[in-house]
Structures are given as C-alpha cells and as structure tokens.
Design a protein around this ligand. Structure first.
Ligand code: TRP
Length: 351
C-alpha cells in the first residue's frame, strides 16, 4: 500500500473550499492507501501564535476531519506537535537547506510582503529583502516562516510518504520536499528518502471561490461558508453574495462574481439545476434571488450531515482524547523508524 500524507494548518474552522479541495479526497484515499492526516499546529505558529486560541483551533480542525468522514480506524489522525520526531527531522534537514532557496519561495515572499504591508506593485525586490531582515520592524518576519517548507518536508519525510494530496498553492513546497529528499540522499550517499508526488486522483482540483467575487474561499478572507455554519447562516451568507442588474445581451460572458456562484452551483447542485440556470442566464431571464435560494439549499444539503456530526463530536472530549492519543502512538511508530535510521545515516552513535 502506498503511504499518503497530508495536513491542514489549524488557523480556523474548515470551509467548503477545504472540503472540496482536500477533505473529500482524503476520505476517498483512506480506502486504498496507508493514510496519515495531521493537524499542522506548529505551522500555525508561523503566522498565528496565540496561546489562548491554539488548542481551540486544533480541536476545530480535528472535529471537522472526523465529521467529514476521516475514519480513525482506517487512517492515522494526529496532531503535529504530538509527534516530536518531526521537529527533530526538521532540525537535521535544515542543515542542508540554503537561505537563498528559502527566500525565493513564492509563499514566503507573499507572506513576508503581507506582513510588512508592502505594496507588491511598488516595491523593488531588493527593498522587500531589506525590510524582511529589518529587526526593528515589529512585523519583522520570523525564521519559522522562512523555514516553513523545511518543516513541511519533515512532515512528509518522517513517514517516507509516497503521495501527498495538496492543492496548487502547495506544489512549490512539495517540489522543495523532493529536492531536500534527493539532496539528503546524495549528501550521505544513501537511498533512504523517497521523492513524494502530488496526488489528486488525476483530476483537476475544484477550487471553490469566495462569495464576495474575489479570489478563492479562505479563512482569513471573510468570504467563507464553514462546514459548521447553520442553515440560517448559510442562507444569509449566500444572500449577501455580490450580484448585479443581470445580463442585457443574450449569451453574454458572466462576470467573475457571477461565474463564482455558478462554480459553487456546479459542485453542490445537480447537472439539471446548473443547466436550468445557465439557460436562464443566456436568455437574460435569470433571477438572482431564485438562484441564491437554490444555491443555499444545495449547500445546506451537503453540509447539514457534516454539521450534525460536528455538533455531536465536539462535545465528546473522551472520544477526541482517544483519537489523538491513538493517532499519535501509531504515527510515532512509523516516525521512530525514520528518525532512528536518519540518526544513524547522519552519524550519531551511542558510546
Ligand atoms: N502547508 C500546508 C498548507 O498550508 C499544510 C501542510 C503542512 C502540509 N505540512 C504538510 C500539507 C505536509 C501536506 C503535507 O496548506
């Protein structure tokens, strides 16, 4: 069986985008693979260190995982910070990673820019790099953010995973994982680490757009429908989605914010429903109120059973404790093997 590994950062509750972009595939993969699904709470520290929220955030993702259908009998579910071996491997990998290659990572540059509120358009590359290392700036960028891809590589390599289900935004990180694995093998003259590949059932991943006409659905963007939202909240959010006066020419191209509503409709509704609204649009007869009502209804159909399970599971502390303890134990079994081998390869020896 192939080893599959993936994780989601615990920075908030999971939304429809996480469900269609990740969770739904995780659930399908657990049937035919040896799966590890973890909650990336250490990664959350790179941008959201908040001791008061940390545990709650981990719990939210854990509950959402279980409610969506990740089955602890089939998959290993664990919390990243419970597996100390990952941190140890991260340390050893760091010795073979260049500062330059980390600074060139797209996600690092983006985050660093956001954190520094530097207008991307108006800044020369050199200015950004000077600002990043300005220690007097209270938003100065921490080295955890810089080495984020190394920690992610450690997550993957600690179980020597074959396949990693990730979205497009993580492809560069996965490429770096492969490079770090190759480099480790080459440096020490071994063939220990495998080079993991991205894995999405060979289909295009569905990217769920936000409801505000801007980019993708995201926790921080304030445009998300959460799996735990009540039917009322969902109706309210969908009702508020951006629309306009409607098309005036038959068969016109849909503007982004309307196309976004159709994208979600295609995911949650039946082909007949989609076809009906496409025809309504093309003949300029579309009524957005009707479309939104249908959209909300079909989103609720998908999320309601998950939400019901969320409400049950989140009350069951004994169950959550059992899942995380057993998950950590199983994860540790696999991680110990790796770390013992790596320590030997690196040259550590007992006296
Ligand atoms: N970086 C991923 C994200 O932001 C989360 C993550 C951390 C991850 N470690 C991982 C994903 C290992 C896959 C494998 O979405």
């Amino acid at each position: 069986m192939d080893i599959v590994l993936s994780g989601i950062r615990s920075t908030g509750k999971l939304h429809l985008g996480n469900y269609y972009g990740a969770l739904r595939n995780f659930i399908r993969m657990q049937e035919k693979n040896k799966c590890y699904f973890f909650i990336a709470d250490i990664h959350s520290l790179t941008t959201h260190p908040d001791p008061k929220m940390l545990h709650e955030n981990v719990k939210n993702v854990l509950v959402d995982y279980l409610a969506a259908g990740i089955d602890p009998e089939k998959s290993v579910i664990y919390v990243q910070s419970d597996l100390h071996e990952t941190a140890e491997l991260y340390l050893y990998l760091n010795m073979h990673v260049g500062i330059g290659e980390l600074m060139r990572t797209a996600s690092f540059k983006d985050k660093a820019r956001q954190q520094l509120h530097i207008d991307r358009m108006n800044t020369e590359e050199g200015d950004v790099e000077r600002e990043i290392f300005n220690e007097n700036n209270k938003n100065s960028v921490n080295s955890g953010l810089l080495t984020y891809p190394v920690l992610m590589a450690a997550d993957i390599l600690i179980h020597n995973a074959d396949k990693v289900p990730v979205g497009k935004d993580q492809e560069q990180h996965l490429e770096m994982t492969r490079r770090f694995a190759r480099r480790f093998n080459y440096f020490y003259g071994v063939e220990y680490f495998k080079e993991p590949v991205a894995y999405n059932f060979g289909e295009e991943l569905v990217k769920i757009p936000g409801l505000d006409g801007s980019g993708k659905m995201g926790k921080s963007e304030g445009n998300a429908i959460y799996l735990s939202d009540s039917p009322k909240e969902i109706e309210k959010k969908v009702k508020k989605a951006l629309t306009d006066a409607g098309p005036t020419e038959p068969d016109s191209v849909k503007p982004d914010y309307i196309e976004n509503l159709f994208t979600i409709l295609r995911v949650v509704s039946s082909p007949e429903v989609v076809q009906y609204y496409d025809e309504q649009w093309n003949s300029c007869a579309i009524r957005y109120g009707e479309l939104k009502k249908q959209l909300a209804e079909d989103i609720i159909k998908v999320t309601a059973p998950i939400r019901e399970r969320i409400l049950d599971i989140e009350k069951d502390d004994a169950y959550l404790r059992k899942v995380t303890l057993e998950g950590a134990e199983k994860a540790r079994e696999s991680a110990r093997k790796t770390i013992n081998a790596v320590r030997e390869i690196v040259g550590f020896k007992p006296f």
